[in-house]
Design a protein around this ligand. Sequence first.
Ligand SMILES: Nc1ncnc2c1ncn2[C@@H]1O[C@H](COP(=O)(O)OP(=O)(O)OP(=O)(O)O)[C@@H](O)[C@H]1O
Length: 776
Amino acid sequence: MSVRVVARIRPLLKAEIERDVIVDAASAPGSAEEKKSVVRIPNPKNESEAFSFQFNSVYGQEATQAHLFDGEIAPTVKHLFKGYDVTLFAYGVTGTGKTHTMRGGKTLAERGVIPRLLSSIYRRARKLEKDSAEETQVEVAMSYYEIYNDRVFDLFEPPEKRTPAGLPIRDVGNGKTQVVGLTERPCTSLKEFEMLYDQANVNRSTSATKLNAHSSRSHAVLCVKIIQTTAEQTRVSTASAIDLAGSEDNRRTDNKNERMVESASINKSLFVLAQCVEAISRKQARIPYRESKMTRILSLGQNQGLTVMILNLAPVRSYHLDTLSSLNFANRTKKIEVNEVENQPIFREAPGKGRESEKFGAMSAPAMHRQPLRSKVISQASHLKDVTNNVPKPAKQFSVYADRSSTSGRPSAHPANIAQARNPSGVLLKSPKRTSSEAIPTLGRPSKISRPNDNVRPTAEPVMSADAIEALVARKVNEALAERADHSTIVEPPAVPDEVQRRLNALEKRVEGQETERAEGLQYLLMAKQHQVRGEEASALKMYQLALPHFPGNEKLVRKMTALRERIESKRVEKRGSVQGGVSLAEKRASAHGGVELGRTDSVADAPAALPRSRAAGVVEDDEDESYHEPPPVRREVDDEDEELEYQPRTKIRRPAPAKRSATAPMLHHESAVKHSPPVDSDDEGSSDDELAIALVAQTPRTKHLLNIINTKDVSQIKLLKGVGAKKAEAIVNCLCDLDDGSESRVSSLRDLGMLKGVGVKGVEKMRVGLGEMVV
Ligand SMILES: Nc1ncnc2c1ncn2[C@@H]1O[C@H](COP(=O)(O)OP(=O)(O)OP(=O)(O)O)[C@@H](O)[C@H]1O
């Protein structure tokens, strides 16, 4: 079945006013007035038009905590007891009410999803025990951790006891991950749970930002394990409730230093999540789960069981583009299919025998470690129960309609039974119309949603297919987002060229596992590089600035920053020049739409014609963030400069010409040569971040150890390195001997090593990783 997506619009906060409300909940045509499943929001470019996004349910400002829980979460509890895992997560921009929804307030009425879920679990457990005359015993255990700056920390441990690198995570197959060394606490009653939960929440990283006085600076993951034991079997299932940190537009937050780093990390992980969702929806072979710990843990689309996403939205104009971005993300997420697989019970050999030890085993097993899985068993009545993989995907992405009057009313294309909270077909219904529009795209036309209390009917006869309109609107929203910021708010993932992505992955791998002071610096470098890949040069510069103290006096880094600063400055000057010229597109847009625009203002269907010509041609406009959605600048701005310094020769023994040696890092140098540490300073202006990181990694004990082994020129030692073997070891030694011109020559960096015959980047990486494994 698909991920169930439920939107919740929070009420106005004290500082917000009714006049600024632009987001509301509506019912889909044909469904009961009180059943809301559509979010409506104006087109920022043309406010007489509105976008409509349809989800499984939508809760308006007036919805209470109880209302949301009863409608969406309570029905999952019975599935939990049938052995299905349940994943609930709250997604939204900072300050939209995720923590309020998940945790809630202190009063009974204000309690959020998590305490209510636990209350419901205990109630059901007691009933089950009672109904079975105590034959069945139910135990509950919890673990709770946060992902802060891409590191996992146990929330049962106070911050001062944390190790800087956090807890490792491990893949355990079936798309599942396990946090190693996590505390798991049994909790026998709701009271005990609440005590532990409150205590752990004190350890969660929260801080005041300009947008939220109690902003979560981490993703919090609560895992509740339910162990049902009878004389014959033990069944374990897990409910995971995740309060994601919110994406932040750092122009609005004024974040500095630590907050900025947190924000970059939050935005990065959410960006990766968006990339994963995008890749899943495009059915790509590679889903970039591994690029962030949060996405690895959430494993959206890989996890089994039931998944409910609560999309938190703010109702006001100041969040306009962020809200559209979230809606677009949710729109894709709702199409992700999740296998509904029940956890298999463990059967006992002899009733009663070994019961205590098995129970103990289940309790002490690491959190999120689940039982072997078997195929889905369709269970009885519930809104989640009989949705099979054969059921088509949701009918609508979203609709666009104009407020202009119409002479001919159009019959609603929506099926009457669309998206009913307790109706499985509501979750996944595809209208007949949609089916045909998908089959024959040219005939497709988005269904219209008539607005309640509105006699006005949509008029325009769209000439584009529903999918084309969806793609167009998504693109326009992202264009506006990209235009708006030089900061890292979450937007449509840019298509990062494979080569750049490969380098980012390699860089990330290098950073992973480094627990030293340098690792933090490398993290900043990595983030800088990621910002740069997305064309966010100002943010990249900030990250370099944060990295600098970790590599004092590193000339290469300083040069890089200077070059970047100059580039930003020259772009700024260019921009000013074009604005003064009075013909800039941006100016026209700004004057038409108060600074936020999406293209032409008349009709959505006509909009492609209004896209800036330069964009269509893949040329970077003056705005730094264009590369959010346009791949070419990525290549131009990052790749070009990387090209020169990539590990190049992989097959040939080559002794670099002396002149070249001084221009770039020397491939080999003699003992007598001037020592350089790190060996990066001789590099030129165009060197890349990953080169820089490689050079910096060159200082680590593991790298030194590796280079020492290589420099022994001893085949018997070298062949023991991972991925080498006797033949390759011999080739390496031969290569070193060939280059030996009488004096003692040594391999002085990973880069040099990579250039030896038959080694290459991958070979070096293998050797290093292998040494790490040996050390561990
Ligand atoms: N449904 C609601 N009813 C009343 N108040 C709400 C509701 N939703 C959110 N709020 C209020 O809005 C503010 C922001 O909410 P919250 O801290 O939950 O946002 P968040 O999305 O978790 O933000 P962040 O990502 O920064 O942690 C809080 O003061 C909260 O009490």
